[in-house]
Design a protein around this ligand. Sequence first.
Ligand SMILES: NC(=O)c1ccc[n+]([C@@H]2O[C@H](COP(=O)([O-])OP(=O)(O)OC[C@H]3O[C@@H](n4cnc5c(N)ncnc54)[C@H](OP(=O)(O)O)[C@@H]3O)[C@@H](O)[C@H]2O)c1
Length: 264
Amino acid sequence: MQIDLTGRTALVTGSTQGIGAAIAAGLARSGARVGVNGRNEKRVAEGVERLAAEVPGADFVPVAADVSNEEGAQRVLETLPEVDILVNNLGIFGSADPLEISDEEWRRYFEVNVLAAVRLIRMYLPGMTERGWGRIQNIASDSAVVIPAEMIHYGMSKTALLAVGRGFAKQAAGTGVTVNSVIAGPTHTGGVEDFVYELVDRDLPWDEAQREFMRKHRPQSLLHRLIEPEEIAHMVVYLSSDQASATTGGALRVDGGYIDSILP
Ligand SMILES: NC(=O)c1ccc[n+]([C@@H]2O[C@H](COP(=O)([O-])OP(=O)(O)OC[C@H]3O[C@@H](n4cnc5c(N)ncnc54)[C@H](OP(=O)(O)O)[C@@H]3O)[C@@H](O)[C@H]2O)c1
């Protein structure tokens, strides 16, 4: 299958590192112009520099803005008025005693992980439907389905994101715009290294720490290892393509078989 995204403009939120950066690289490799987003100009410039070295000749647009608030989202819109492929990748996570999570923290998880995506969909969906083509993807998590006791607030936000994806897919029905969620499983990123070290002995070298983490906290994984960010990106690139035109309203898993379910 040849995926050609030439002429398409993509925006990947939270793409200065981790899964977002891998998605930005994957989309660019297939020919898309890609907006690279993070909260400040320095980090975005560094992210764009790394991506440009990885995908020579690609067209990356720096988009420095905190998309978890309205002002930041407006700045994104000014930089990229038309987007064909919107990847709501931004997400925060961390472990916390469920009885100790404050109201403010519950709100922060909702604002960053859910409302930021809803706001950008509201901004870009009308243009996509007018042009008769668009791809929206929300990066969810196994935690949307298998709620970890130590991160209920995160699980809540990702379950909500699945609902948002399904609902907006209905809103976009018959327009040429597809809306899907990608359920990522435990993935090897910098953010996750910090998270793993919150749960296992900090003195363990990384390889042992990740094996210990998977054994103790993610024993359902059929991979027995963390997923690499590129493995998530491949699914996102496919869903962004013309070839994925009949897939909408879905939640597709790249979770290493972590969720014990036959469907989807
Ligand atoms: N890693 C996993 O194991 C895993 C598993 C399942 C699902 N996921 C999901 O995959 C997505 C990416 O995770 P990740 O581990 O790759 O994340 P990460 O390494 O923590 O990276 C987060 C990215 O978001 C940016 N960011 C943070 N707050 C922002 C804001 N308010 N506005 C704009 N950008 C912001 C950061 O850039 P700056 O610091 O430069 O602002 C960074 O580029 C998340 O939705 C996460 O829930 C991850």
